[in-house]
Design a protein around this ligand. Structure first.
Ligand code: ATP
Ligand code: MG
Length: 420
């Protein structure tokens, strides 16, 4: 295992070394080619310069209007001759060229050798620079290799599996792997456990609260049923009172069960949104008309926006969320006091639906908890209700990517906006 690890560790740096060597070789080759080309140019230029000087020396002047030839005499390279003739064909100069050219050649060759030596001496510096430049890439390769090892190490998988297996869900237990390399994994798993425990606790509290809420109407119904059994057949007052109370509690229970079912279906992901383009003005107008038909005790007003706002939403659910707000406004506002419905766009151009009342209002603490399941402010307890309406509205608004804006003062009233 450990030797294997060492092999793996060496692999990236070895690869990097060979890349560095290749880079150095490439630089050296390019330099040598460049020197070779410039040296050839120097050779040609020096020969031309010599010819120019020679013409001035022998003929006494230099002119472009002459014929110049290099001739091999006797077919030997040593007999190479430089011949200059006038345009009329008169021979002006004929001198041996081999001696000069070979001396210039030797000089240029010596220069090339010197350059080669220079390149050889600078090799360590170039190589050092190449390695330094490649260092971050080399580090990266090593890190990737480490990660690779971590991802495929069977032992580590088993370690994680074992640790998770021993966690008991309802006890205060977390995963401890005792392995520095797995610290990140350990923290993520523990965060996940914490979230699971949180949702488990929430679920347990919800079930607890729900059964408590259901127990009350059942107990009331049972009480009246017993009363009916004893005196119902003889006492008409008891009969009427019991029937009214049982019917009332049954209504309450029916509503409660419906609310609980909605939230349970929402939690389990069974409620699917059917989105379509919805005209917000039209939706609010409908709620407005229904409101003063259902509730004749409050004057309703509707503040319509001039612009027709259309959004993609589940019409039925969105209407249900607004109904929750209107029901609350009606419930927590004295008869005769005004309730205003509104549609529009906020400062940030987001569309909103608004319900505003002049009712009992809420304290800051109430506002902070109002969306919690079964939460009811102390002052609200004298009114009928279960404390689930706003939880349902919030679920719907959340699923539409929206949020609530609440402004409330005790004894003054409440304004709730659904911002979409
Ligand atoms: P139900 O589930 O029957 O609607 P509820 O109205 O008590 O019962 P929510 O609608 O969830 O429950 O509201 C939660 C609490 O928020 C209320 O009990 C009340 O204290 C407070 N609240 C909500 N709307 C208003 C309002 N318009 N004015 C004053 N208090 C309000
Ligand atoms: Mg309500």
């Amino acid at each position: 295992m450990s030797s294997n690890q060492n092999n793996n560790n060496n692999r990236p740096s070895k690869k990097m070394k060979s890349i560095a060597h290749r880079i150095v070789w490439l630089i050296t080759k390019t330099k040598m080619k460049l020197y070779f080309k410039t040296d050839i140019l120097i050779f040609v230029l020096l020969n031309m310069f010599w010819a120019y000087m020679k013409e001035i020396e022998v003929i006494g002047s230099f002119s472009f209007h002459r014929h110049r030839d290099l001739i091999l005499q006797n077919g030997l390279i040593t007999g190479l001759t430089y011949k200059v003739t006038s345009l009329g064909g008169e021979l002006l100069m004929s001198v041996g060229f081999f001696g000069v050219a070979s001396r210039i050649g030797a000089l240029v060759l010596a220069l090339y050798m010197l350059q080669l030596l220079g390149v050889l001496f600078s090799l360590p510096v170039v190589s050092g620079k190449a390695h330094k430049t490649l260092r971050p890439i080399s580090d990266l390769a090593e890190k990737a290799d480490e990660l690779n090892k971590l991802a495929f190490s069977e032992d580590k998988y088993r370690l994680i599996e074992d640790a998770i297996e021993h966690v008991v869900p309802d006890e205060n237990q977390y995963v401890y792997l005792h392995d520095k390399e797995l610290l990140g994994v350990e923290q993520s798993v523990n965060r996940l456990i914490e979230r699971l425990k949180d949702s488990y606790r929430q679920q347990a509290r919800f079930v607890n609260d729900a059964s408590h809420e259901l127990r009350t109407p059942i107990a009331v119904i049972q009480g009246y049923a017993q009363m009916l059994e004893r005196w119902g057949s003889t006492d008409e007052k008891v009969l009427d009172e019991s029937i009214a109370a049982i019917s009332n509690e049954a209504d309450h229970m029916n509503r409660l069960v419906e609310q609980l079912l909605f939230l349970a279906r929402g939690d389990s992901g069974k409620t699917v949104l059917a989105k379509e383009p919805v005209k917000l003005g039209e939706l609010m107008q409908e709620i407005y008309e229904e409101s003063f038909m259902i509730d004749e005790t409050h004057p309703y007003r509707f503040r319509k926006s001039e612009e027709e706002i259309i959004i993609d939403a589940d019409r039925t659910l969105l209407k249900q969320a607004v109904r929750v707000l209107v029901d609350n406004a009606a419930k927590y506002t004295n008869p005769g006091d005004e309730i205003i419905l509104g549609v529009g766009r906020g400062d940030d151009n987001h569309p909103y639906l608004m319900v505003q009342d002049t009712g009992i209002g809420m304290t800051q603490a109430d506002v902070e908890h109002m969306f919690e399941r079964f939460y009811r402010a102390d002052k609200a307890r004298t009114y009928n209700g279960t404390g689930l309406g706003l939880s349902i509205a919030k679920w719907i608004v959340d699923r539409h990517g929206g949020y609530f804006e609440i402004l409330s003062r005790t004894e003054l009233g409440t304004r709730i906006k659904i911002i979409l």
